[in-house]
Design a protein around this ligand. Structure first.
Ligand code: PGA
Length: 256
């Protein structure tokens, strides 16, 4: 069975002091080893959090990066700056970055390639808008995004990817996809990976659901065994709620 993942996406929330307070409060259950637990925090909090999180078993991730090693890119952060801090994961192509910061399938491809070259685990986000869903274009779109991201990677590299299916209309709206819909699209994403590589490779890729996941709905997503965990925004900001999400994911093998 693929290891479950709970990844918190803190977005543009928490100062260093607030981030440290979260870590002083968060108490994960003993079975937390069964879950790859990640907090993707704002850049300025990363040095403090990597230090603070050592004991907790929580890995620290970034929410974005540039694909180049270094250069004249004002305001950007490079992959080696992240690895120098012992950051392990990076979110790539979140829909907010695609919508507000002009990220494209091409920049997602470059960033995914670069993250893997630097031994960072990319959490690559894909998902359709409400308009696209209503036009019946979900599968076509999600396939396009996935294929663009994994283009040119080796089988070994693809196995290290984490993909996150996040329907844009479900993010931060309190309106999550149904477990059936999410499972259906995630099954389709796995098939898209298999079509590019093979089923064995596709079976190793972790695919998460994201979009209004909370402690009281996460189990419905994990029940089928098809969804390997969640990328969580709002509900990852509170330490109790985050711990409950990790507990649910740790029980995933026992569900269903
Ligand atoms: P949400 O955000 O859980 O607040 O809907 C998810 C995300 O943006 O990754």
């Amino acid at each position: 069975m693929r290891t479950s993942v709970i990844a918190g996406n803190w977005k543009m929330y928490k100062t260093v002091a607030e981030a440290l307070e979260f870590f002083s409060r968060v108490k994960l259950a003993d079975n937390r080893d069964r879950v790859e637990t990640v907090v993707c925090a704002p850049f300025v909090t990363l040095p403090a959090l990597v230090k603070e999180a050592k004991e907790s078993g929580i890995r620290i991730g970034a929410q974005n990066m540039h694909w180049e090693e270094e250069g004249a890119y004002t305001g950007e952060i490079s992959p080696s700056m992240l690895t120098a801090l012992a950051v392990t994961h990076v979110i790539i192509g979140h829909s907010e970055r695609r919508a507000y910061f002009a990220e494209t399938d091409e920049t997602v491809r470059l960033k995914t390639r670069s993250a893997l070259d630097h031994q960072l685990t990319p959490i690559v986000c894909v998902g359709e808008t409400l308009e696209e869903r209503e036009a019946g274009r979900t599968r076509e779109l999600v396939r396009e995004q996935v294929v663009a991201a994994i283009q040119g990677l080796s089988s070994r590299e693809v196995c290290h990817l984490i993909l996150a299916y996040e329907p844009v209309w479900a993010i931060g709206t309190g309106r999550s996809a149904t477990a059936e819909d999410a499972t259906d699209v995630i099954r389709f994403i796995r098939k898209s990976v298999a079509d590019q590589f093979d089923q064995q490779v596709a079976n190793q890729v972790r695919i998460l659901y994201g979009g209004s996941v909370k402690p009281d709905n996460i189990e419905t997503f994990l029940q089928s065994g098809e969804i390997d965990g969640a990328l969580v925004g709002g509900a990852s900001l509170d330490s109790d709620s985050f711990a409950r999400l990790v507990e649910a994911a740790a029980r995933r093998g026992d569900l269903g």
